[in-house]
Design a binder for this molecule. Structure first.
Ligand code: GDP
Length: 534
């Protein structure tokens, strides 16, 4: 390996921030995204991000899925500049289209921002996404949203986060009041008070900010009236009781800095963005099966974390999203596609702007580049200049929904086979074959994946298929070092065992209770929620 002396490479790495926003539907992710893009100048008009959402809930016939994809691809990665930073915001689809992609995107980010609705506290989907962040100890910043509504008190929200998500909270800003009495945000570290005005869309800080270096300053009483004393009391309490912010703990993923605000009113967002660019990590080293690769190594490397199929009906090609991990990427460069032992030329690489995609001439670690292909690229594939590397940490996630495939066009079983293999390689759906039954069971994290699979089987492989229900709701990959025990396990549990498309053994259970029971009876066997692509 050659560590580059190129100061350009180092500079480009240091100014990059690649992150995703995690939240439960309706907490305010789209609204926050839009405000961030406004600050970055990537969009000029409020409502630009919203518009894609309106079409998201269209009926799930093939064309609308196709259309949704066309829309969602431009918004899959949003690149914008803020101060001297280049920010890549990766969309983690929520709502109905919640899928494995949502999880997998998080393997390609360096940090995440978690949005919590102050009225509802921590919700289910946030909890699940947080579990995925935990796998790589991804640093997480928290934005507590909707302070303009009557919700939980700031302390209650923080203790909910700490208890439910098992992560320490360190407030960096503090709200003055909430709901109708919401007056503003006090920046604990910069000692600035920003006053709230509903519907105020100005981006000019000087309109709203007052520096308060000493909380006993009588100006505070003029500005906040009786709430001035409440703020004084809160800050005094925090100084004694709250966790002080610790950069190392944040970077390790054990502490989350917390910001309070109201995304729809563009309030508290700038404070978070300013702290984000300053403290969120730039692209760091990443593990491969053989060694850890530093981003400033001269040799180019990257891996594919998402594949989007057939976005253009006329071309039927697939777009693979590659995260650059080291070196400089250049348009037209030849790279090794190690899994299939071929060289490929990066002839039409695409980057994604807020509302557009365009060809890219060069890109750097942390950037996401889209490469066109005709089905040869698989999730997890690694590309490099020369060295045969395979990045790790791009797993499959145990599906939560299952369907049995019914072939309605009986002569097409070969095409069905081929189509399902292809779809599983793209990560669109997981395919299981029970070891004692000649059927296909599909597994998905989000149910929309099933609609997409059937629609694509028809459109691309001319296969008419539909679904029957299955008795399963839980899957775990199974491993055991003791081969004898494993053979015994396979023999007695064969009715619940299946192979995935990579021939890995999977245990399918009707529910968590059944799974627990089997786990207790087979302590030598590991039941895994994730499985690495290799
Ligand atoms: P997403 O599903 O997480 O992307 O959430 P959205 O950004 O679409 O927001 C869901 C709803 O909450 C929308 O009606 C927003 O207008 C509203 N919303 C977002 N931020 C705020 C806020 O700060 N205060 C209030 N009251 N509503 C908000």
């Amino acid at each position: 390996m050659t560590v580059s002396n190129s100061s350009e490479l180092k500079r480009q790495i240091e100014r990059r921030r690649t992150f995703g926003i995690i939240s439960h539907p309706d907490a305010g992710k789209t609204t926050l995204t839009e405000k961030l893009l406004l600050f970055g100048g990537a969009i000029t008009m409020a409502g630009a991000v919203k518009s894609r959402k309106a079409s998201r809930h269209a009926t799930s016939d093939w064309m609308s899925i196709e259309q949704e994809r066309g829309i969602s691809v431009t918004s899959s990665v949003m690149k914008f500049e803020y101060r001297d930073y280049e920010i890549n915001l990766l969309d983690t689809p929520g709502h109905k289209d919640f899928s494995e992609d949502t999880y997998r995107v998080l393997t390609a980010v360096d940090s995440a921002v978690m949005v919590i609705d102050s009225v509802k506290g921590v919700e289910e989907q946030t909890r699940r996404l947080m579990e995925v962040c935990r796998m790589r100890n991804t640093p997480i910043m928290t934005f507590v949203n909707k302070l303009d509504r009557e919700g939980m008190s700031p302390l209650e929200v923080m203790s909910d986060i700490e208890e439910t998500l098992q992560i320490e909270c360190a407030p960096l800003t503090w709200p003055v009041g909430m709901g109708k009495g919401y007056k503003g945000t006090y920046d604990i570290y910069r000692k600035k008070l920003t006053l709230f005005r509903a519907g105020f869309e100005s981006l000019r800080e000087q309109d709203m900010v007052t520096e308060i270096s000493d909380l006993s300053d009588p100006r505070l009483d003029e500005l906040l009236g009786s709430q001035a004393d409440d703020l004084r009391g809160d800050v005094e309490l925090l100084e004694g009781a709250a966790n002080p912010f610790d950069l190392d703990d944040y970077l390790k993923g054990s502490q989350t800095p917390v910001f309070f605000g109201s995304a729809v009113n563009n309030f508290g967002v700038k404070e978070m963005l300013d702290s984000f660019v300053e403290i969120a990590p730039c692209p760091g080293p990443r593990k491969t099966t053989t060694r850890t690769v530093s981003p400033d190594e001269e040799e180019f490397s990257g891996f594919v974390f998402k594949i989007q199929a057939n976005m253009d009906l006329a071309h039927r090609d697939r777009l693979a999203f590659m995260r650059i991990c080291s070196g400089k990427f250049q348009r037209g460069m030849k790279v090794k596609h190690h899994r299939i032992g071929k060289d490929i030329t990066m002839s039409n690489p695409t980057i994604f702007m807020a509302q557009d995609r365009e060809l890219v001439d060069e890109a750097w670690p942390g950037d996401i580049v889209g490469i066109h292909n005709h089905g040869t690229i698989k999730i997890g594939d690694t590309f490099t200049d020369k060295e045969p590397l395979q990045y790790t940490g791009i797993p499959s996630f145990a599906p939560e929904h299952f369907r049995r495939v019914r072939l309605d066009s009986p002569m097409k079983s070969k095409q069905l086979h081929k189509g399902l293999l292809q779809l599983s390689e793209e990560g669109a759906i997981q395919v299981f074959r029970p070891i004692n039954d000649n059927i296909f069971i599909l597994g998905a994290v989000g149910v929309l994946q099933f609609d997409v699979a059937v629609a694509r089987l028809k459109a691309e492989y001319s296969v008419d298929a539909s679904y029957d229900s299955t008795p399963y709701s839980v899957a775990r990959w199974v491993r055991c070092d003791d081969l004898k025990k494993m053979a015994e396990f396979e023999k007695t549990q064969q009715n619940n065992l299946a192979k995935d498309s990579a021939d890995q053994l999977v245990y399918l259970a009707a529910n968590n209770w059944d799974l627990k029971y089997v786990e207790n009876h087979w302590p030598e066997v590991q039941f895994l929620k994730t499985c690495e692509h290799s």
